[in-house]
Design a binder for this molecule. Structure first.
Ligand SMILES: Nc1ncnc2c1ncn2[C@@H]1O[C@H](COP(=O)(O)OP(=O)(O)OP(=O)(O)O)[C@@H](O)[C@H]1O
Length: 776
């Protein structure tokens, strides 16, 4: 989001200390190269003043639209609503970027200075005050190094707390500036960010994106980009900033289709959900793997063998057969009674009906309508002939006959038997609760495997069922025959809306531009806000409820965990196959986890995979990473050795006990010990599945409301999680229980123990009653 979010024209850039005032409004003097903190404070104050002005203008426009019913030449009420919503969105965005609005300044060889912030800002006099971090001219802020300066003399970090400038960090890349008396500080801003207390919510890294990360964030949108990186290398951060970047750089293409971000579970989704709003982007769709099928929230698939079976790509064929199987012929002729008259229906007639319906190429439920129509006609023909014979040539009214056939109970039962209407849910439920049905369509599986898949009817759908439901929905189509017509009507209404919106946008453009809303508005989004059908929904809202929605780009976190069937559903959601997949093949813990990216994508693409690597761990101190890598290696997991930014101040502590019963009390004491060691911070206890509830209860008994669920928060500074739940999260201190059992739970695979050991930004304490696995 930016008030000037297209590429800045050269004339609008910040021209050193001589920014001209073009007469309409006052210009803001730029602090000189040698400016100190006071001068920077004045400039930052001017930036906030401009932000406040924009907010007020938006607010007053909003009030005006609401009160008078029109701005400019807007014609009707729905347009008024559309504009009101737009001003509201814009206000929300301006509010979201308030905290640390600006964070950088570049001074270039040509004397030009650029301020870099969360959005672009211009003065009323059209003087460019601050560049959006995603603008092309802002890129060098992240890329310039002393070796490759890109024309940068000095990079200055402005360290803000909310609105207040608290300090400056200068990196001088051009030695001659040093002679002018400034000091080279280097990594202060990064270190400050890395050692800050964790809040339980992921923050943005926009002020300190590193060069290797920036290259990935700004990489071209097309094709599949895989980002491989060890724990703490910023994969999640990079994935989210990339989503924001793509929305900026490809706004036209992505605005209406939208971007989807997929993560492993809902805890993780709430951990990351504040990052994009703080970057001014609110329209992104976020979904966990359990929520990808509208209307269903998959529960966990607890048996990993079942999860693996359901993840196999064989299901594409199996579901196809399962749908086909619901369509069957009768073995021999059968009589149906219509108004007391017996009519014989033959297998040949049914065969013809099925073939004609299939020839329509429509999905199962929609083609069924053709089948019913053909059969009703054939039976009516036969009935007519019978009646004619009986009445010896006297005419019977044909239209009544057709109606009689349609209403006959026996005809209906027969047609349903041959071609049953089916929802995806019902199909899957049948498949898993009727062993003979599964056996008939799933020849890929052994008897034992099929037995594993069997479950009681009415069991809740699991995360692993989600892609199967989607596959079934694709083949079955809409159950309701009128749905297609309704869709067409909505489409027509939408096109009309779009036309109206186009006019409204053209009329209002000059006025909006004056308010700094250029580029924000397009006819598509006004039409979307304006849609006459149902409640007004944004593209993001519509995407969430519409299974057939396709996105312009999909970002997948913890991508190594996805099963082939999960990739299959995502590929369907993005037919142009524009993906950013971030993950670590060493951290895989799901039964279908990928150990090789090329292999994981091979079924879906030909050659479009690009793999980028991140190599620096920003989260975990060296002394903890070394231990984690040693344990991983001793247990047969190859990890790429990571560089770390910090050595760490706290040696990992290992405490052993003789009795397993001692561990829960030791966990409570361990939290206290870590709190004392760190003085303050968010402490997580990571336990095996078998201990989690006992540990949680003990912590609540001791710490009460301070114990948070999921990732915790500022007011809740203690949290208990299983290794699976801790995936992707981070804490100031980690207390890890019984590594031998964590290893056992993962069938001896060390991935999840490795994940658990690398969650800490400061300290790690390991408690064990059993023998420690090798490597400790
Ligand atoms: N350039 C950066 N500036 C400041 N902080 C950063 C930077 N890069 C990463 N971090 C921080 O490092 C931590 C780890 O980042 P992130 O969670 O994105 O890593 P990850 O690779 O996804 O980790 P994992 O695979 O272990 O879940 C986060 O706190 C993140 O904010």
């Amino acid at each position: 989001m930016s008030d000037t979010n297209t590429t800045a024209s050269p004339g609008a850039s910040l021209n050193g200390h001589s920014a001209e005032n073009d007469g309409a409004g006052t210009s803001v003097p730029l602090p000189p190269l040698e400016a100190g903190i006071e001068e920077e404070r004045e400039y930052v104050a001017a930036l906030y003043q401009r932000l406040d002005e924009l907010r007020e203008e938006n607010q007053s426009q909003l009030s005006k639209v609401r009160a008078t019913g029109a701005v400019g030449t807007m014609q009707n009420i729905s347009e008024r609503d559309a504009f009101a919503t737009m001003y509201e969105d814009r206000l929300a965005q301006l509010n979201a970027v308030d905290d640390r609005l600006v964070f950088g300044r570049l001074d270039l060889d040509n004397g030009e200075s650029r301020y870099i912030g969360r959005i672009g800002l211009s003065s009323a006099a059209r003087q460019r005050l601050m560049l959006d971090w995603r603008a092309p001219e802002a890129g060098v802020f992240y890329q310039a190094t002393a070796f490759e300066r890109h024309g940068v003399r000095r990079r200055r970090h402005l360290l803000l707390k909310r609105r207040a400038v608290q300090g400056l960090e200068d990196e001088v890349l051009d030695a001659s500036v040093l002679e002018e008396g400034t000091e080279n500080h280097g990594d202060g801003a990064l270190l400050a960010a890395l050692t800050a207390r964790r809040t339980g919510q992921m923050g943005d890294i926009v002020a300190t994106i590193q060069a290797e990360q920036d290259r990935i964030i700004r990489a071209d949108r097309s094709g599949i980009l895989v980002v491989q990186g060890g724990p703490g290398t910023g994969k999640t951060a990079v994935a989210l900033h990339r989503a924001a970047y793509l929305l900026y750089a490809y706004r036209e293409q992505l605005k209406s289709a939208g971007v989807l971000i997929v993560g492993p579970n809902s805890t993780f989704m709430s951990y990351i959900d504040r990052v994009l709003p703080s970057l001014g982007e609110t329209g992104v769709v976020m979904s966990s793997l359990a929520d990808l099928y509208p209307g269903i929230r998959g529960v966990e698939e607890t048996d990993s063998r079942v999860a693996e079976l359901k993840g196999r790509l064989d299901w594409v064929k199996i579901i196809e057969r399962a749908v086909d199987h619901r369509r069957r012929n009768i073995p021999e002729p059968r009589e149906v009674s219509v108004e007391g008259v017996k009519v014989q229906v033959t297998p040949k007639m049914i065969k013809r009906g099925i073939e004609r319906a299939k020839a329509t190429g429509k999905p199962y439920n929609e083609a069924r309508a053709t089948f019913v129509k053909v059969m009703v006609k054939e039976i009516a023909d036969k009935l007519e002939r019978i009646l004619q014979k009986r009445s010896e040539g006297n005419d019977t009214d044909r239209s009544y006959l057709v109606e009689d056939v349609r209403l006959s109970r026996e005809v209906r039962i027969l047609l349903n038997l041959c071609w049953m209407p089916r929802t995806p849910q019902a199909l899957l439920e049948d498949l898993f609760s009727r062993p003979s049905y599964l056996a008939a369509v799933a020849e890929e599986f052994t008897d034992q495997e099929r037995e594993l898949l069997t479950r009681e009817p009415g069991s809740p759908f699991t995360t692993a069922d989600v892609p199967l439901l989607d596959e079934a929905a694709e083949l079955l189509g809409e159950l309701d025959e009128s749905a297609g017509r309704e869709e067409a009507r909505q489409q027509a209404a939408r096109e009309k809306d779009l036309e109206n919106a186009q006019k409204a946008v053209e009329n209002a453009a000059p006025q909006l531009e004056e308010m700094g809303i250029e580029g924000f508005l397009d006819a598509e989004s006004v039409a979307a806000l304006n849609a006459e059908t149902g409640p007004r929904l944004s593209a993001a809202d519509r995407a969430l409820v519409d299974r057939s929605w396709t996105y312009g780009h999909i970002v997948v976190d913890e991508a190594q965990e996805l099963s082939p069937m999960q990739w299959q559903i995502l590929m369907r959601r993005c037919p142009v196959k524009s993906f950013t997949a971030v993950g670590d093949t060493a951290q895989g813990s799901s039964p279908s986890a990928a150990s090789d990216w090329q292999k994981a994508f091979a079924p879906f693409i030909d050659d479009r995979l690009r793999v980028e690597e991140l190599t620096v761990n920003y989260r975990t101190p060296r002394i903890i990473v070394e231990l984690a890598e040693r344990v991983a290696e001793a247990n047969g997991l190859a990890t790429t050795s990571l560089r770390t930014v910090r050595d760490g101040d706290y040696e990992p502590v290992i405490e052993t006990f003789t009795e397993a019963e001692e561990l829960v009390a030791a966990a409570v004491a361990g939290v206290a010990a870590e709190q004392q060691r760190l003085e303050e911070g968010l402490i997580a206890v990571i336990t095996p599945e078998t201990m989690i509830s006992e540990v949680r209860d003990a912590l609540v008994a001791r710490y009460g409301k301070r114990v948070g669920k999921g990732a915790g928060s500022m007011t809740q500074d203690v949290v208990a999680l299983t290794a699976a739940e801790a995936k992707g999260l981070e804490f100031d201190g980690v207390v890890l229980l019984e590594p031998a059992e964590l290893l056992e739970e993962a069938d001896g695979k060390v991935g999840s123990l490795y994940v658990a050991m690398t969650r800490s930004t400061q300290s790690l304490r390991i408690l064990a009653a059993r023998d420690l696995p090798p490597g400790f």
